[in-house]
Design a binder for this molecule. Structure first.
Ligand code: ADE
Ligand code: ZN
Length: 332
């Protein structure tokens, strides 16, 4: 049995497995430029974030209807349950869909159908986080937040993703201020490929509560001291970092050093259909590659619930934390 955990950094579009992509393509009459799932999988060799994003956005062409988004979320939740996930905070990229003529309502209502029955069917509580594409304009982000207004009861917060370098957090100062006034929680990708100064800027200018990735934090000792002091959670994604070549090999990943430095780390899967594993696969991989102790693994699981946006649900965080403390590691 995998250790109970929350997944806090998961792009729902990044859970689109090749088999489902082909099924949806057939259903919607979309032609994919790959003969079959095997040929598609062969394209999953990335040089960097951008080379992944190109494929990630192009495959989204198969997602057209509420049924498609429901099927996508349902497939993720079933896999996540088997990986010990008890709570999932799920990113979605509305601009990647509205640009193709799919409305934000179709996306949110479709995902919502699967999320609404998730606790009953899979034992997983859920949240939705709307992400802005940082390589699009600030005006487009504002228009997206406006279009999301009828669905805000389904959305806990906002995030910032896509191509990082050259698109610093401050570009989105205004939309984060508007979201804050609406009572939305705030996170942002920072320090994945971009410099540690983007992490500082996301905290100072956007007022984010968690940093997605934060991989490059160790390069700035002052920033590390601040992140440790303020217990700012980092949602690290080690398998993603290897596949997108932010680190050479998993054995060289800074996760262990970051935990030793006192940073509040969590481990997540990012885009598991593309990066070779879901979240417990990631726990097992970092355990083997970095020699993490059981106490470190328990700390990662504990941190995931401490960093979750669970405040409004009476007792849920405490119940999950108790499950983590009661967990017994097996031998296999
Ligand atoms: N969108 C999906 N996955 C992403 C990642 N790892 N970084 C930035 N944007 C993303
Ligand atoms: Zn991500």
């Amino acid at each position: 049995m995998p250790i109970p955990k929350a997944e806090l950094h998961l792009h729902i579009e990044g859970t689109l497995e090749p088999e489902l992509a082909f099924e949806l393509a057939a259903r919607n009459g979309v032609r994919l430029p790959y003969a079959d799932t095997e040929e598609l999988r062969k394209a999953y060799l990335f040089d960097d974030l951008q080379s992944f994003l190109d494929l990630y956005y192009s495959l989204m062409a198969v997602l057209r209807t509420e049924d498609d988004f429901e099927a996508l979320a349902e497939a993720y939740l079933a896999r996540a349950a088997a990986q010990g996930v008890r709570h999932a905070e799920i990113f979605f990229d509305p601009q990647a869909h509205t640009a193709r003529g799919v409305s934000i309502g179709t996306v949110v209502e479709g995902l919502g159908r699967a999320l609404d029955r998730s606790r009953e069917r899979h034992g997983i509580s859920t949240r939705l986080i709307l992400c802005f594409l940082r390589d699009q304009s600030a005006e487009s982000a504002l228009a997206t937040l406006d279009a999301a207004r009828p669905y805000l009861h389904r959305i806990v917060g906002i995030g910032l993703d896509s191509a990082e370098v050259g698109h610093p957090p401050a570009k989105f100062r205004e939309v984060y201020a508007v979201a804050s006034a609406l009572g939305l929680r705030k996170v942002a990708h920072a320090g994945e490929e971009g410099p540690p100064s983007y992490i500082t800027e996301a905290l100072d200018v956007l007022g984010v509560e968690r940093i997605d990735h934060g991989l490059r934090a160790l390069e700035d000792p002052e920033l590390v001291a601040r992140l440790v002091r303020d217990r700012v959670p980092l949602t690290l994604c080690p398998l993603s970092n290897v596949r997108l070549r932010a680190v050479d090999v998993l054995e060289a990943h800074p996760l262990g050093r970051m935990m030793d430095a006192g940073l509040m780390c969590t481990v997540n899967s990012d885009d598991p259909a593309y990066f070779g594993g879901y979240v417990d696969d990631t726990f097992l991989a970092v355990r083997a590659a970095l020699g993490l102790s059981e106490s470190r693994l328990r700390e990662l699981a504990r941190n995931s619930f401490l960093a979750a946006f669970l405040d409004d649900e009476e007792g849920l965080r405490e119940r999950y934390l108790a499950e983590v403390e009661a967990y017994e590691f097996g031998t296999g």
